[in-house]
Design a protein. Structure first.
Length: 387
């Protein structure tokens, strides 16, 4: 055994996980509303929400009750059988968004993978067998499976994983996207606010131009609302505010308040392309995930809840502008430029605040949507101490 082998063996003995997350140091064992706690009982004001996931805050009683009740009734039966909560959630999501049918999965990546497959399959089923190109935006992030990664043009995420899925095009400039959508395009996938790309909203005029090109060429428009959806930006879906009407939308993150659940919603004409056996997953639509998602959707879809997100989002933006620069985003999905994001995150943590870095010089604020004005004041007071 070489010395370096002994080194990594030692490391894996103490923490037997692969190193793709870079061995975090802080261990969190309990959550309550806006706060997370380590094993010594130290509390951290959480402006990460598990990366834009725990929208109703940690251990929300309605979600916990729904999970517990469902766990005592039926945990899993598979998609070989119907389950009433699966239908109920699909009905609720479709009536809130105007789509016609849902497909369930477990993560955002899986939702996008399914959406890309659905788009190609719909073109194929409608007789457009040559419409296979998938267009995406520079700065976008859609996930880590081979398909989702192929429409995520970030060189460091591709390193060592090529060749990826053929016939995917991401123009080097965002303004070049409409021209890349042509007669051979199956779909264009967009994020309205590019979260992992630094929390940058895409220009609404460009979004409408992309939609127009899709309509003109017969390409389908997929909006990835994995991060922006379920109230995060102050409307149930972000596409409502952007004034575009996608053919397919993908959801995950905030949908289950921490229980893994993803969904693809599509218009009837497109949704019909998934015929028996064409796509599937064992766990998608699991009853516990459905129960959690229904509890979340019932709360988030209330008009006063969404108004709260808009109000606190505007307040957070205004307050961050007092202490930082280039604050961008929508609702409670905001980013701010700092000199060194990793250093800022570490210093925030020592002040008892959790935020995340996106890229080298951007810090992201995606708190639970229940954040109050007092929580924002507390955040700003603590961040103001950072030098
Ligand atoms: C917009 C967007 N799409 C897809 C994903 C991938 O989701 P997941 O990590 O649940 O696979 C993410 C995750 O950050 C995301 O922000």
């Amino acid at each position: 055994m070489t010395e370096s082998t002994t080194d990594y063996k030692k490391e894996m003995n103490s923490y037997p996980l692969m190193n793709n997350y870079g061995y975090p140091k802080l261990e969190l064992v309990r959550g309550d509303g806006m706060y997370l706690y380590d094993s010594k009982g130290n509390g951290y004001l959480d402006f990460t929400a598990g990366i834009a996931v725990c929208s109703l805050g940690h251990v929300h009683p309605a979600v916990t009750d729904a999970i517990v009740k469902q766990a005592q009734t039926l945990v899993h039966s598979s998609n070989l059988f119907r389950h009433p909560l699966r239908t109920e959630l699909a009905e609720r999501l479709c009536s809130l968004t105007g789509f016609d049918a849902a497909f369930y999965c477990n993560t955002g990546t899986e939702a996008n993978e399914a959406a890309l497959k659905l788009a190609r399959r719909a073109q194929w089923q409608h007789g457009h067998k040559d419409k296979t190109k998938l267009v995406s935006l520079p700065g976008g992030f859609h996930g880590r499976t081979m398909g989702a990664l192929s429409v995520t043009k970030k060189p460091q995420y591709h390193e060592g994983f090529t060749p990826l899925v053929p016939n995917c095009e991401t123009p080097s400039e965002i303004e070049g996207v409409p021209d890349a959508i042509d007669d051979k395009t199956a779909a264009c996938i967009v994020e309205i606010v590019q979260g992992e790309g630094g929390v940058h909203p895409v220009d609404p005029g460009l979004l409408r131009e992309i939609e127009r090109r899709c309509r003109a060429t017969g390409a389908l428009l997929i909006v990835d609302e994995v991060q922006t959806g379920i109230g995060r930006t102050g409307s149930f879906l972000c596409s409502e505010q952007a004034g575009i009407k996608p053919d397919i939308v993908t959801l995950a993150k905030g949908l289950g308040n921490g229980i893994p659940v993803g969904a693809v919603l599509a218009t009837g004409e497109t949704a019909r392309a998934f015929t028996p056996g064409s796509h599937g997953t064992t766990f998608g639509g699991n009853p516990i995930a459905m129960a959690a998602a229904l509890a979340v959707v019932d709360t988030v879809a209330q008009p006063d809840f969404l108004e709260h997100v808009q109000r606190i989002g505007a307040y957070l933006k205004q307050q961050l502008e007092q202490i930082g620069r280039n604050v961008t985003g929508l609702g409670l999905m905001l980013g701010m430029t700092v000199d060194d994001a990793a250093d800022y995150v570490a210093k925030a943590q020592s002040e008892g605040v959790l935020v995340t870095a996106v890229g080298k010089d951007r810090v992201r604020f995606v708190p639970p949507l229940i954040a109050s004005q007092r929580d924002v004041d507390e955040l700003i007071q603590r961040l103001s101490r950072i030098r």
